[in-house]
Design a protein around this ligand. Structure first.
Ligand SMILES: [Zn+2]
Length: 93
């Protein structure tokens, strides 16, 4: 018996399956009307936003708070520029 493990990457919008991560990202990017590069840029911005909010939870340092504001602003600015929907998670601003 042979067991083959296949990893699928699933589109977060329509749940279509992909066997390649790159293919999946390309597809998700097109769902958002972004190029792959733009989609990666957005991911990077969102990652930064998440990182700063994680640090913020354990600190009330003003500089960190400013960094987080900037990180959130960058994500929102990107989404506005590309006419994307508001991120539900960022509504508290
Ligand atoms: Zn899709």
């Amino acid at each position: 018996m042979k067991i083959k493990h296949v990893t699928y990457y699933i589109c977060q919008f329509c749940e279509e399956k992909f066997t390649s991560k790159e293919e999946c990202k390309r597809h998700e990017a097109s769902e958002m009307n972004l190029t792959l590069e733009e989609y990666k840029e957005l991911e990077e911005l969102e990652k930064k936003e998440m990182e700063t909010s994680g640090v913020l939870a354990i600190s009330s340092n003003q500089e960190l708070r400013d960094n987080q504001d900037k990180a959130i602003h960058n994500v929102i600015a990107f989404r506005k520029k590309h006419h994307l929907k508001e991120d539900e998670n960022l509504k508290h601003i």
